[in-house]
Design a protein around this ligand. Sequence first.
Ligand code: PRP
Ligand code: ADE
Length: 177
Amino acid sequence: MQIDPTQYIRQIIRNVPDWPKPGVTFRDITPVLQDPRSFRVLIDLFVYRYMGQKLDLVAGVDARGFIVGSVLAYELNLGFVPVRKKGKLPFNTVAEEYSLEYGNASVEMHTDSVRPGQRVLLIDDLIATGGTLLAAARLLQRLGANVVEAAAIIDLPELGGSKAVTDSGLSVYTVCS
Ligand code: PRP
Ligand code: ADE
């Protein structure tokens, strides 16, 4: 079977109107994960992009960035570190606040999750305003990491997030919009 990987994934992503609040169309990736073919196609797209690149760690953002990030780290033979929502990590943490398409939040990392100079791929499921990835990148940079790229499955370019992340000096890769 011949498939265009990006199209294949795009058509499986589910748009949920007015969730979590009126006016927001939530891009739900759970069908992509549920379908074994699209899950594999998705991970393989990231593997093809990053295999052979000089990387030390994958940092995945709570919560869906954990799913793709941990599988990708395993496939690339890299370690995985979580960027968690506030109050979930048990050890010493650093935190960064940010604003979302629908509210405010903060993310945290363990202070020992990255060593200075380590080359880190940052990954999440989606870029909307870019606030989450920018906050995660700031955390990683405070810990001395070199953020090689910020990656996501979906870009919502109309919300300006990928441009904001690029404007901050980071390289951005997304599978589809
Ligand atoms: C979603 C998504 C990203 C973030 C993107 O997570 O998974 O992490 O929003 O938005 P931004 O580009 O405007 O920062 P959400 O904050 O809804 O949390 P969840 O993972 O707990 O669902
Ligand atoms: N995070 C912020 N906006 C979102 C959206 N429209 N769909 C999924 N996650 C999001």
